[in-house]
Design a protein. Sequence first.
Length: 334
Amino acid sequence: MIPAHPLPMQPPSWQQLWRGAVRDPRELLSLLDLPGLAWRISDEAAARFPLRVPHGFVARMRKGDPADPLLRQVLPLDEEMRPAPGFDLDAVGDAAAKTGAGVIQKYRGRALLVATGSCAVHCRYCFRRHFPYADETAARDGWHEAVELVRADAGIDEVILSGGDPLSLATPKLAELTAALAGIPHLKRLRIHSRLPVVLPERVDAALLGWLAALPWPVAFVIHANHANEFDASVDAALAGIRGAGAQVLNQAVLLRGVNDSVDALADLSERGFAAGVLPYYLHQLDRVQGTAHFEVEEDRARALHAALAARLSGYLVPKLVREVPGDSGKRPL
């Protein structure tokens, strides 16, 4: 009797990889051969804003390096619990700009939909780490309230999908929204803000790319990478797929102490992103949210770094240095 050939193993789905993310700070340190760093972990910070990081992103961290710039972005440290004057729960004024369930309108012509509170990675500097997602997501009730708010305002010509991370939602759920938006004649553009192509590139699958390619508007796809080491071949492939579906791909980064606060790091980020087909868009000054003060770079130093970057790189590789100030009509250039 001829033995049956075993079926080839299928690679895990993005949902399986999501569920398998590292959630224990000490497990993360063990994977990186850094058990001696455990004394700096804040269990209280981890309880308030839990660790979550996919194994693929962990694999890009340098083993044995306590100063690894990717590790610093996700590890809950005791610095988060130190009081810092001027750091608030809602540093960017989301609450005041809310016009409906999960709908934020800060700037003329644009409506931002907080699609979901879920993310594949929990960045410790997140400006919405205290956002009331349980009550404020645009996806609830089949997107009805959010879509009707956009439909009723003829001055809105661009919808921005944000979160959390909108790609946390299954593709049929995203398609449900865009099918409803497609009947609104004054919409001209769709913008998607997502970190998943960087931290969980497997999310960019055939179904997602098919949805993107079929959208009736020009699409700006804004990824979020802060350091060149966040890119690898899997990220490159995901970004190539997004570009192949017709989207313009941009990157926005946050200037973070101990992560990218050097001219070399910022230049490497711009150049590595461009090699993957991504244009730099914004370099944000840190939003002053409670628990993030240890990441802040002073504004004078930020300006000096940006000037040095501009002197070093071609203009199209230099992101705009900006800060978000509640009540402004747009991001404030620095």
